[in-house]
Write a protein that binds this ligand. Structure first.
Ligand code: ADP
Length: 438
């Protein structure tokens, strides 16, 4: 009767313990499933395994699809040095699968006893904890228990590996089954988290695309309205002078007629330039143009630009110079577009420099880049305007600019060409003493 009593008490105690453990596992499972951040979930899982099932050391690896290897992602009971070692070595999928021999199987997990010489073949983590002396039949420091994390369709997306059981015993079926229950929850949580991550990514991409589409729309709308505004100004002038001429039809004032015609001529030229520039720019911006790439000697192109600018410079007695760090500085570029860049910058330099000044084209070869500078001794650009001059139709001080011809698109086009070639453009200036475009 005494022995029966002892046995009964022992059974009761074990049942209670078991019930408490299962309760804990259930609690943990609920908490795991309500969390969407993957790292947090994995962290909770390993601690659940440690607390509820009773292993001091727990490691969770998750399959990296691209690398086809299991990366160490969460740990319990390990010091920093051990974690570092585990993180350094991922386990190739094929290698892991080769460890899972049928003879080691226990439920859906694998227990590999130290006497199977498992560590002789592979060194999973390069880390073996010192568990102290273990008696026959107790958990040995080189025993291994793997719990693969299977998805519904049988794919392994990770695994738990545990060590150093609190009760020092070899794993019972019940312990393995509890580990597997937690493993199943881990799978769902990992899949949820990665689904959530993917969803978030697509959402972000969608938002970005919408934003860009809106920006483009705004840009188009503002471009159209600015262009029509710019076109209207010279057109209005032309119409006014034509009307004046028509009204004064009978009058023989030749001088006035000549003056009016001169204005009309000037304004229609401006209209012409404006339309040309807008067309050029829209072509550049749409990418619907053919850019050829050929080796081009920059010094030679600078010479061509100088020839095109000669008459304009002579009219203001401006000296044009070309300085090159070497006569042979060759880049892969579109000849016509590159000449256009130098011509545009040269035109501005002459336009905004007083009579008798100097404009220098400088070509400097560096290791992997060539720097081209167009420098003038002109009126300069105020600091606060430097950023804006590359904007469409921007001209510093409209009233002052009126004495300089131009439509405010030259630098926009220049910048666009430079960037199409993979280059950069920047302006520096000292108001009153000159500007330098590089
Ligand atoms: P624009 O047809 O008016 O020359 P750009 O786009 O080429 O148009 O230049 C925009 C404005 O930048 C010019 O109107 C002028 O105010 C200023 N700018 C450009 N280059 C120079 C320069 N070398 N010196 C001073 N101001 C300049």
């Amino acid at each position: 009767s005494d022995r029966m009593g002892d046995l009964y008490r022992y059974q009761l105690l074990t049942s209670r313990k078991r019930a408490a453990r299962i309760k804990k596992v259930l609690e943990i499972a609920t908490s795991i499933n309500s969390n969407l951040s993957l790292d947090k979930v994995l962290h909770e899982i390993v601690h659940a395994v440690s607390d509820a099932v009773g292993f001091r050391i727990v490691l969770l690896r998750v399959l990296d699809d691209q690398a086809q290897a299991f990366e160490a992602r969460a740990f319990a009971g390990l010091n920093r040095e051990a974690i570092r070692k585990l993180e350094e070595h991922s386990v190739p999928r094929a290698e892991f699968e080769s460890w899972l021999k049928e003879e080691f199987r226990l439920s859906r997990s694998y227990f590999i006893s130290h006497d199977k010489k498992f560590w002789g073949e592979v060194d999973e983590d390069g880390y073996t904890p010192d568990l102290g002396v273990r008696k026959e039949g107790e958990w040995h420091q080189e025993d291994v228990l793997f719990v693969p994390l299977h998805t519904k369709d049988g794919a392994v997306i990770g695994y738990l590996s545990v060590d150093d059981p609190v009760d020092r015993t070899l794993p019972s079926r019940e312990v393995v089954e509890m580990l597997e229950i937690l493993g199943t929850h881990a799978v769902v949580a990992i899949q949820n988290a990665s689904l959530y991550e993917r969803l978030n990514n697509s959402m972000r991409q969608l938002e970005e695309a919408t934003e860009r589409a809106e920006e483009l729309n705004d840009l188009k709308a503002s471009f159209v309205s600015t262009v029509s505004h710019e076109l209207r100004t010279p057109l209005t002038a032309i119409r006014a002078y034509v009307e004046a001429l028509l009204e004064s039809g009978g009058s023989p004032n030749m001088e006035m007629q000549r003056q009016f015609l001169h204005v009309i001529d000037e304004q229609s030229m401006k209209l012409h330039r404006l339309i040309d520039s807008v067309l050029d720019l829209s072509q550049l911006e749409s990418g619907r143009f053919r850019m050829s790439r050929e080796p081009i000697n920059l010094t030679a192109v600078a010479g061509e630009a100088v020839e095109m600018l000669r008459a304009m410079a002579d009219a203001k007695r401006i000296v044009l110079r070309v300085e090159a760090s070497s006569p042979e500085l060759v880049v892969e570029a579109d000849h016509t577009l590159l000449r256009r860049v130098l011509y545009n910058l040269g035109t501005n330099a002459i336009k905004f420099t007083n009579d008798g000044g100097t404009v220098t084209f400088r070509i400097i070869g560096e290791e992997r880049v060539v720097r081209v500078q167009v420098e003038d001794s002109g009126i300069g650009i105020p600091k606060e305007e430097i950023e804006k001059i590359f904007d469409k139709f921007y001209q510093i001080d409209g009233s002052l600019s009126r004495e300089y011809p131009g439509v405010g698109l030259g630098l926009t086009i220049t910048k666009s060409i430079v960037e199409w070639h993979g280059g950069e453009i920047l302006a520096e200036s000292e108001p009153g003493s000159g500007s330098r475009f590089t």
